[in-house]
Design a protein. Sequence first.
Length: 472
Amino acid sequence: MTDSPWFPISLRLSGARVLIVGGGEVAARKLRLLERASPRLELVARELNAELAALRDQGRFHYLGVEFDPAQVSGCRLVIAATDDAAFNRQVAAAADGQGVPVNVVDDPAPSSFITPAIVDRAPISVAIATGGAAPVLARRLRERIETLLPAGYGRIAQFMEQRRPRVKALPLPQRRNLWERFLDGAGPERLLSGQLDAAEALFSELLTAAPGVATGEVYLVGAGPGDPDLLTFRALRLMQQADVVLHDRLVAPAILDLVRRDAERIFVGKRRNQHTVPQDEINAELVRLARQGKRVLRLKGGDPFIFGRGGEEIAELAAHGVPFQVVPGVTAAAGCAAYAGIPLTHRDYSQACIFVTGHARADGELRLHWDQLARPGQTVVFYMGVTTLPRICAELIAHGLPADWPAALVEDGTQPSQRVLTGTLADLPAKVAALAPSGASLLIVGEVVRLRERLDWFRAGGPRGGAENLP
């Protein structure tokens, strides 16, 4: 591995003089970056662009004039040379070097004694990425990746810990470290990221007075979306990475499960070997039991947990037993599958309302829905879990007033590479679906908006038409 001549440090600039030479966009960008550290900013430039002129008028920096003088470097903590004249920038660098003042020449590492990294700012936390001037675009790309991994509120965690250090200082060093590790590994950070300062303080106080090793568990009820991992929220991904155990069902795509922390215990609660669904009461009890063991429990559900996901039942049980929990919404199947199928759920010319209903039959085999309200023009109706009852659904909608040629579509494995979209009418769609025998998770969309699919079908997964069947 090649050694780097650059050593990363954090430099205190508050109240220190920092000189910028240049009056264009590059100089303005450097000024905006440096302002975060509260230095005494000074600037020399023959001309100021509109932004810098406005900042000067606001008193954001001290304008020294149009001509650079090496004497201006004296007493500065840093110097930035940011003009569009490379030779002149090097003269500024030579003047700074001659007085022992660190200098950065923008886009010219050779005369620079320091470089400015790409920064992820979560004050008081900062992450700096530098390539020694070799690949600044790569550094910016890495910063973008890290930005997605560090929530914007992460600085609150550092501030919280700093403010409570005096209360922990009396403990022996090993116990101090253990307390903070338990706080960070537990529910404390999530409480702070959610703005629940009082709850975080309560957890901290509990850890401070509890016996070493005592942990507090929590349940994360997370919507995994319809299948495409790119549709996960930042919070969902963060909780998936820190969970100790995950309970998931068959609607969670394998690509999403791959994003769960690798050493987390996985418990499948979708189907048993005898093909019976795991009773909801057992799932509820397992969530409570695992949380009481001090574990961070991820309940991962396809789509959104509060839309036909029985999430309300699960958190009601957790609340009844005093188990801390949080809910992370997901992209519900109707929104995700319709978007990837090129079928807008609403459209001013075809659909002014959208209704989500379950097509799952009751235990007695009956499908009791308000058919007269569903069988109306001017709206889109989305049926979840409606494959097995599809013939009944189509027959009831026709019987209650919709024409037999009313458009309908079945989306199988929506948002995933295996996605198939079967389009037809209420009269012929059941036969088409039966002939193709879909085995994946499917969603039924009924309404005139289905006619738009032929023009709006943008998702091509696996070929010119992807895995889609575009039936007339």
